[in-house]
Design a protein around this ligand. Structure first.
Ligand code: C2E
Ligand code: MG
Ligand code: MG
Length: 706
């Protein structure tokens, strides 16, 4: 600059004289300057410009020299500048480019950010100003970019929904965002300068320290971990943390960035989902999937350590009746109550599971003997049998139990559930309210039952089931007064299959309803023809109803419809129900009986004496006929005691004004005994087994000679 100054105008020079005297040296001086430069006089008039300035502004020297320097200012600023000059003429030059307006406008109108250095030269002939104008557009652009980045980062950090923390190399917090403060419940002021200890659950403090070491040692570049945070309000949350270091060019750690996520709800939800996947929503017991898992483990334990294990399949007897008569709401309550009782009665280390609608599975481990499983089963049966009081209803519920027992010699457990089902089937078939232990023959039986059930459906669909009719005789007159309709299935390979075998199969599905309506339709249709053929006496028909059928709300309307379609007077139709069916839900039974009574249809109580009915129920049901079960008619011993029993039953029915009918009379002696005891009606092979309908007429006409 000193070289330049020496060439500056002297006091003797006026601008004009100076210009004319020194143009080359000014030019040379200004050209030599490393920045775009102009020489202005005190009024702001341009006297010189260097090449760099003309290059920057795109003006030629001629266009600038002699012009007011405002030509280089953006038009929007000129007016203010000129006003300042007018008001403060002495500051004409100083007013140019104040700090806010650091831009120039090129010839083409484009604005460029600049930095301006004004060097006043106070000479005698006036004030001069050397104005150096530096193009800072690149620098500004860089600054702007940096500011933008910083802003973006700040916004990303501050407003991030994810809690974030910056900590120095010693894990002291240097910045936290709002989300982090909210998550831990501490203010920013409380957190800054601390490490994470104040908001870390005491047991988990070591986690942060160990991750710190791993990052410091350079073993990893990022760590993720889960730890518990202790909120300021004392709440504990689970947080997933991702932590990475920011390093300088030499690899030294500058600070750590923590990004955290509160996963408390997510974990709770996952745990809940897992629980839901493995538990029954109604009772909260384990579900089938869970049970099977536990079963496999239990089996493995027995093989390794010996001992005995057992699976008990507990099935509620006729539970459908509860649902049908009290509704599902109450049914659900009953199931929950039963589940609760079972839970109390069993060991918590064992597994209790709701297997399906009204079935529970219990896995008992560490048994000493099979007997223990039986004792357990008996206990569960009696625990369930205690009466329930639900929503003001007194309900009794019984259960049957199938049992599979295994020890270390059993290599396969995959059929356990299948086998326990087979055992349950036996339990239900023979002794409801009891238990049966699985034996291999049951498996075979289950398989053949399964195929039989399939065939039954096919046979039914093919229309190959038939109704046969067993005569009911008046024991005094020996006339045929009625017929019991009994279903018949003539199997191509097995011959006659007993309804005792196939009716229970059908009862396991809705097929029983189809079979039941078939029996009713067929029997009503046949019986309606009997009057015209058998002139002497019109026999009635009795039709057996299953539990499902009796409790089906469609029953009464169907009977009404069938009677309407036929010529059978309603009183010639008698429906047989067993005591146990009648007692599933006595109130509902009474309703159905009332409706049947209105239709004029009669009811017979079948297999009387085998159930548990009390006298009060008998009086309440007031059936037209009581069918005394075969076991009383053909007792194992013909003792006096049995006679007394039979006599009591008969006189009881008579006193209640019901017609007594003895089932299963096979011998003359039985016949005579019954007649002697005053039994009015009888049925049995002594008279005839069930016959096809075309033999009915002859039988009525003939009567019995016995
Ligand atoms: P149930 O209603 O007690 O029918 C009487 C059963 O005793 C019939 O057996 C009949 O053939 C048999 N029986 C009759 N007299 C004698 C005899 O003197 N000695 C012996 N030992 N048995 C005799 P069946 O036909 O095998 O029927 C068995 C059970 O199947 C019936 O018992 C009934 O509960 C059920 N059943 C039959 N047909 C139907 C039906 O259409 N619907 C429903 N729901 N159940 C039916
Ligand atoms: Mg019957
Ligand atoms: Mg019977």
């Amino acid at each position: 600059m000193s070289r330049a100054l020496s060439a500056l105008p002297t006091r003797a020079d006026t601008p004009a004289t100076f210009l004319s005297a020194h143009p080359p040296s000014w030019n040379g001086l200004l050209e030599a300057l490393p920045e775009p430069t102009a020489l202005l006089d005190g009024d702001g008039i341009v006297h010189y410009v260097n090449g760099l300035l003309t290059a920057l502004t795109d003006y030629t020297p001629g266009e600038l020299i002699g012009q007011d320097v405002v030509i280089l200012m953006p038009e929007r600023l000129r007016e203010r500048l000129l006003r300042t000059r007018r008001e403060r003429p002495r500051h004409a030059v100083a007013a140019i480019w104040n700090d806010e307006d650091l831009t120039i406008q090129r010839r083409d109108g484009q604005e460029i950010p600049v930095e301006v250095t004004r060097s006043p030269l106070a000479l005698e002939e006036g004030s001069w100003v050397v104005v150096a104008i530096r193009d800072v557009s690149t620098q500004r652009a860089n600054e702007q970019a940096r500011a933008d980045t910083e802003l973006r980062f700040r916004v990303a950090f501050e407003n991030n929904m994810a809690p974030m923390t910056f900590a120095d190399a010693n894990d002291r917090i240097i910045a936290v965002n709002d989300a982090m403060c909210q998550m831990v419940g501490f203010s920013r002021e409380e957190l800054l300068g601390c490490d994470s200890t104040p908001f870390t659950y005491p047991d988990d403090v070591g986690i942060t320290e160990s991750t710190h070491q791993r990052l410091i040692s350079g073993e990893v570049e990022q760590v993720r971990y889960v730890k518990r945070y202790l909120r300021k309000d004392g709440g504990v949350i689970e947080v997933e943390v991702s932590r990475s270091p920011a390093r300088d060019a030499d690899g030294k750690i500058l600070y750590f960035v923590f990004s955290e996520r509160d996963i408390t709800e997510e974990r709770a939800l996952a745990a809940q989902l897992k629980h839901q996947a493995l538990h029954d929503p109604l009772t909260g017991l384990a579900n089938r999937a869970f049970f099977e898992e536990r079963l496999a483990q239990a089996h493995g334990r027995v093989i390794r350590h010996g001992g005995i294990g057992a699976v008990l399949l507990i099935d509620l007897d006729d539970f459908k009746g509860v649902n049908d008569s009290f509704g599902h709401f109450l049914g659900d309550h009953l199931l929950t109550a039963i589940a609760h009782r079972l839970q109390i009665a069993t060991r918590s280390a064992d597994t209790l599971c709701r297997f399906g609608g009204d079935e529970f599975l219990y896995l008992a481990e560490g048994l000493v003997s099979p007997k223990e499983a039986e004792v357990l089963a008996e206990r569960l049966v009696s625990v369930i049998a205690e009466p329930y009081n639900i929503a003001g209803f007194q309900i009794e519920q019984h259960a049957s139990i199938g049992i599979v027992i295994w020890d270390a010699t059993c290599t396969s457990f995959s059929e356990t559930i299948q086998n326990v089902d087979a055992a349950l089937y036996e339990a239900k078939r023979n002794f409801r309210g009891h238990h049966v232990i699985f034996t291999p023959t049951m498996h075979q039986a289950a398989v053949s039952r399964f195929s039989l059930a399939q065939e039954l459906r096919q046979t039914f669909n093919a229309g190959d089931l038939a109704m046969h009719y067993q005569p009911i005789a008046n024991l005094t007159s020996k006339e045929v007064v009625g017929f019991e309709a009994l279903m018949r299935w003539n199997h191509p390979d097995r011959g006659w299959v007993s309804p005792e075998d196939f009716i229970p199969l059908a009862e396991q599905s809705d097929l029983i309803l189809e079979l039941g309506s078939f029996a009713l339709r067929e029997s009503i249709r046949e019986a309606s023809k009997w009057a015209s053929r058998t002139r002497l006496l019109r026999p009635y028909v009795t039709v057996n109803l299953s539990a499902h059928q009796f409790l089906d709300p469609g029953l009464v309307p169907m009977i009404k419809m069938l009677l309407g379609e036929s010529a059978l007077p309603p009183e010639y139709l008698i429906l047989e129900i067993t005591e146990s069916v009648a007692l599933i839900d006595i109130d509902e039974t009474m309703k159905v009986l009332d409706q049947l009574g209105i239709l004029g249809v009669g009811v017979a109580l079948d297999d009387f004496g085998t159930g548990f009915s009390s006298l009060s129920y008998l009086a309440k049901l007031s059936p037209r006929i009581i069918k005394i079960d075969q076991s009383f008619v053909r007792p194992l011993d013909n003792s006096d005691r049995n006679d007394t029993l039979l006599e009591t039953i008969i006189s009881l029915g008579q006193r209640l004004d019901m017609t007594m009918l003895a089932e299963g009379i096979e011998t003359e002696a039985q016949f005579r005994r019954l007649r002697r005891l005053g039994c009015e009606l009888g049925q049995g092979y002594l008279f005839s087994p069930a016959v096809p309908s075309d033999q009915v007429e002859a039988m009525v006409t003939r009567g019995f000679s016995t």
